[in-house]
Design a protein around this ligand. Sequence first.
Ligand code: NAD
Length: 359
Amino acid sequence: MNKTICLLPGDGIGPEILAQAVAVLEAVAKKFGHEFRFESALVGGAAIDAVGDPLPEETLRTCRQADAVFLAAVGGPRWDSLPPEQRPEKGLLRIRKELGLFANLRPAMLFPELAGACLLRSDIAVRGLDLVVVRELTGDVYFGEPRGVEVRNGLRTGYNTMIYTEEEVRRIAWVAFETARKRRRKVCSVEKSNVLEASRLWKEVVLEVHRDYADVELSHMYVDNAAMQLVRDPAQFDVILTGNIFGDILSDEAAVITGSLGMLPSASLGASAPGLFEPIHGSAPDLAGQDKANPLATILSGAMLLRLGCDLPQEAEAVETAVRKTLADGFRTQDIMEPGMKAVGCKEMGARVVERLLS
Ligand code: NAD
């Protein structure tokens, strides 16, 4: 199979971790007889430095022509003093908007080999954690109008608008039910319908979509309860379906309880444009250029790219298995290091995964 993949290395540790993930994809191509064409483009601080724009038109064009977009991370202290519109992170928000990436899939998984890093009590951790947060990405209070800060009755007043159309809810609900069908067939829709009208519509539409998915079990939960249940009993969740702001918070919570930011991948999908695949962590400027970063979140994002962006599920599984075996072999970057394990840098971790993949 021939596929074109747009690479966006970005800033900080971005180029280092992406290089390892590309080496893994090249090994996949060799093992399974595919041809991947990689096209690199500028994004974030690197693009600001080169052409003064965090998302140059040329980058957008390269993304649109690709089958999938593979992003590492953007940002860093160097660009922190720029006005919000010109900062590296703006490039990321714009790329999601421009490609219409309305669905963000974030699996949170506790690798048995890394159970020691989990922040939960061992009697809870032992029940396992293997869930996906399906978060709506282009609507809600982050984009709703009107928004602003103004003086009302002599007081400075800030306001935003939580808003969802039925179509926006329908298409993300569809993604969640389809995702559940490939997993344990359970969707928990998270909202705040006891207080918010936008959430009441959300629940109504999710129930309507569910009529086409009788084989998937649907439950509903208020977001405050969901935040508690994630630490009390995360094993109950398979797919969590939620809006932009609730998903932002819950997906970070789900990620951090696994204890290893450097392990977690994500995918953002649209109706037709290429999907965007990226690790959930940032550009870790404190580690940049030192061969210390953990490349596994990016390598696992590469597995999501194979499964969801290229429709190559067997190849995706081969990458995930290679990562597991590498961990079982005892190799650890410093962020997931435990006594008795073998410390490796970013490059060696990538090389070990490639070795396992090809063995
Ligand atoms: P961060 O995720 O970059 O780092 C948080 C902590 O986790 C740091 O201690 C870092 O060393 C560690 N860490 C992160 N990734 C790691 C990896 N792969 N291996 C080992 N350790 C890792 O978050 P931050 O420090 O809040 O932000 C740094 C910069 O990244 C900021 O400019 C921020 O805006 C940007 N950022 C970008 C994205 C993105 O590109 N999607 C996401 C979050 C933050």
